[in-house]
Design a protein around this ligand. Structure first.
Ligand code: MG
Length: 381
C-alpha cells in the first residue's frame, strides 16, 4: 500500500553506523522503538508545553503533546499511503531536545549560548538522538535512519547546516525533506494550536466569548450548538476542539493528495527535489489557522500569568547556566567530566556546550530544584 514517493526501507539513505537489517521489524519501526526506549523520551513527561509542570495535572506536557502529534501524523500518513512507522518516529522524537519550560526555556538558553554558537531546540533534538543518548555498546546515540533524522531537524540556520554534513545539505540547497517529515511538522502545529485552546480554556486564561471571534472555532461551535443545544462545559469544548482537529486533518489529507497528484513524484528523492512542500493545508484553512495562532499569541501566550511563568523560566535557566559556566565544579561529576573534555577540545565554547546539554536535558521540576540547591542558602545541596 505504500506509495512510490513514500519512504521505503530499501531506499533508505541508511544509518551513520551501518547495522544489519532488523529481523521482524522495518527499519523505521526500529527507529520508533529506539525513541520510545530513550531516556530523553521519558523525561518529556515532566517538561512543559505552555503551563509549567506543577501548575496542574490536567495540562499537556511534552510527552502527551508528542503522542497527540504522533496520532495526527499517523492518521494523515495512512490516508496518503505514506510510511506510518517513520511518521510516528519523527513525531515522537521531534521535541526530545526541548529545554525545560517550553519556549521560554529555549529562548533563555539561546540567549546564554549567543557567543558560543547558540541553542536551537531542533538541533538539540538531533544532538540527543545522534550523540547524547547512551544506550548501545556499538555507537553513541540511537543511530537512527537518515530519513528519521531529516524529519527531526525541521529548521536550522545556514551556519549550523554547514556543520552537519549530509543532514544539513537540504537547507543549503533549499530542498524539501521527505513527505513523512513534512507531515510530522504540520501535525505538530495542528496539535499544539488545538490543545493550547483546550488548555487555555481549562486554565481560564481565555474564554468562549473571545473565541467566537476566531472563525475556525466559531464555525465548529455554531455547529455543535445547533446539533447539541443542551451540551455545555467540558463536553462542548471537547466536541468543538475535536471537530477543529478533524476538519484540519481532512483538509490536509485532501489538499496534499491533490498537490501530490499534480506533482506526481516518482520517489522520495523527487519529493526532496520538488520546489515546494507537498503536504500542506489548503489556502483557506491555512489562513484560518493563522488567525487562531494569532489569537493564541495575543490572548494566551502574552497573558500575564503565562508571562510570569516565562519570567521564572528565564530566571531558572539563565541562573543555572551562568552558575555552571562560571564554575564547572558545581555540576555533578559526570557532567563536570564532559565539560572538561569538551573544553580541552573546543575551549570555552566546548564548556558552554556541555553546560547547555546538561541544562537542556533537565525536566521542569529538576531544573527548579537544581536552582534551589545552588541559590537558596537554606536548601540542601
Ligand atoms: Mg512540538
Amino acid at each position: 500500500m505504500l506509495a512510490r514517493y513514500a519512504a521505503h526501507d530499501e531506499a533508505t539513505r541508511g544509518r551513520r553506523y551501518p547495522e544489519a537489517a532488523p529481523q521482524y521489524r522495518s527499519e523505521y519501526q526500529r527507529d520508533r522503538d529506539r525513541i520510545v526506549h530513550a531516556s530523553a523520551f521519558r523525561r518529556l513527561v515532566y517538561k512543559t508545553q505552555v503551563f509549567v509542570n506543577h501548575e496542574g495535572d490536567m495540562y499537556r506536557t511534552r510527552l502527551t503533546h508528542s503522542m497527540e502529534v504522533a496520532q495526527i501524523g499517523r492518521s494523515i500518513a495512512l490516508a496518503l499511503n505514506l510510511n506510518e512507522a517513520l511518521t510516528e518516529a519523527i513525531c515522537l522524537a521531534h521535541d526530545l531536545g526541548h529545554t525545560p519550560f517550553g519556549h521560554a526555556g529555549q529562548d533563555a538558553l539561546n540567549e546564554c549560548m549567543r557567543e558560543y554558537g547558540g541553542f536551537e531546540h531542533n538541533m538539540q533534538s538531533l544532538r540527543v538522538v545522534d550523540e547524547l543518548e547512551e544506550r548501545y555498546a556499538e555507537f553513541p546515540g540511537l543511530n537512527l535512519t537518515f530519513e528519521c533524522r531529516e524529519g527531526i531537524l525541521k529548521h536550522c540556520s545556514l551556519a549550523n547546516a554547514r556543520t552537519l554534513g549530509d543532514i544539513g545539505e537540504r537547507f543549503i540547497k533549499r530542498q524539501q525533506p521527505g513527505l513523512e517529515a513534512q507531515l510530522a511538522n504540520l501535525a505538530d502545529e495542528i496539535a499544539y494550536n488545538n490543545h493550547d485552546v483546550d488548555d487555555g480554556l481549562r486554565a481560564g486564561l481565555i474564554d468562549m466569548q473571545e473565541l467566537r471571534e476566531v472563525r475556525i472555532f466559531a464555525r465548529q461551535l455554531q455547529a455543535v450548538e445547533q446539533r447539541y443545544p443542551g451540551v455545555s462545559g467540558r463536553r462542548q469544548v471537547n466536541e468543538v476542539v475535536r471537530r477543529m482537529i478533524n476538519g484540519i486533518v481532512v483538509d490536509v489529507i485532501e489538499s496534499s493528495a491533490a498537490r501530490i497528484a499534480a506533482a506526481a513524484p516518482e520517489s522520495i528523492d523527487a519529493v526532496r527535489a520538488h520546489g515546494s512542500a507537498l503536504v500542506e493545508m489548503s489556502e483557506a484553512v491555512h489562513r484560518e489557522h493563522l488567525e487562531l495562532k494569532q489569537f493564541l499569541r495575543e490572548k494566551l501566550y502574552r497573558h500575564y500569568r503565562v508571562q510570569r511563568m516565562t519570567r521564572k523560566a528565564r530566571t531558572v535557566v539563565s541562573g543555572l547556566f551562568s552558575a555552571f559556566i562560571d564554575d564547572v565544579l558545581l555540576m555533578p561529576d559526570e557532567h563536570r567530566e564532559i565539560a572538561r573534555r569538551f573544553e580541552a577540545e573546543l575551549g570555552l565554547a566546548g564548556r558552554a556546550r556541555a553546560v547547555a546539554d546538561y541544562v537542556a536535558g533537565m525536566t521542569d521540576r529538576y531544573a527548579i530544584s537544581e536552582h534551589d540547591r545552588i541559590f537558596v542558602p537554606a536548601h540542601r545541596s
